[in-house]
Write a protein that binds this ligand. Sequence first.
Ligand code: NAD
Length: 281
Amino acid sequence: MGHLDGKIAFITGAARGQGRAHALLLAEEGADIIATDIAAPVDTVRYPASTPEDLAETVKSVEALDRRIYSFVADVRDYNSLQAGLADGVAELGGLDIVVANAGICNDIAPSWEIGESDWQATLDVNLTGVWHTAKAAAKHLMDRGPGGSLILISSTSGFRGIPNLAPYNAAKHGVLGLAKTLANELAPYRIRVNSIHPATVHTIMIDNESTARVFRPDLDNPTLDDSLDALRKVNLWDTPYVQVEDIANAALFLASDNSRYITGAALPVDLGMKEKYSGL
Ligand SMILES: NC(=O)c1ccc[n+]([C@@H]2O[C@H](COP(=O)([O-])OP(=O)(O)OC[C@H]3O[C@@H](n4cnc5c(N)ncnc54)[C@H](O)[C@@H]3O)[C@@H](O)[C@H]2O)c1
């Protein structure tokens, strides 16, 4: 018996990183999966993009757990293809109970007044509009299924704080929090829960690259994640630099399952206490 037996979950950004971890854990707990990813570069992003092979690996791993999975390639910025792919997945698997709006990017860092128009726009388009598109495409399917649905929006500790040199990312992730609160109100009459998760640094390619390492080590020319470890530890109450993808998937599982049946409109930090220590940032 799994916590999600008979449920169907839609996950964006599912080719790798946290998205793949969500797909695997929810499938382990009995859910069938609808998985999507752009599986290609986003123009402004300077770290390596996910690939169709990454998405195929997620599919293979879910199937190895004996669960069904419907996957499609879509850019969350393109509402029509996202909506069409999800509708096909829902038709194929038979409904929709859980959504994890996880796809996201992080552009190069810079003070707010130096950020380029395209970097600003791409971050807002993917990290905020893409999450809205996901909720918009999914809401009707969740309502069709009746009470008990769970919509989970992936924000960040950046959704609470103003980390220097990350203005578009902070702004988009604050926006995700506002969207989650709004949707929680709007979907309450349908008994559909809406919550956001706010991870601290998570060990994925998004942080394990030179461009992001510069957030924490602006003093170095070519910093690596290893160079950032002390700086990362300092922002947390615990002496741990980052969390793992499974830590975020465990939070998503809780919010997806009936164990959180009376929790809606909540913003759940998985942040090693970062929020408390740096609340003034
Ligand atoms: N890694 C961190 O430290 C961290 C911390 C807090 C929040 N987050 C958030 O967690 C989420 C997952 O990030 P991750 O750490 O797994 O990074 P990741 O880069 O490994 O995964 C992100 C996935 O989203 C996909 N994606 C990007 N743009 C897309 C688009 N336009 N349409 C569809 N798919 C797209 C990518 O192809 C990739 O597979 C993001 O929303 C991110 O902002 C990450």
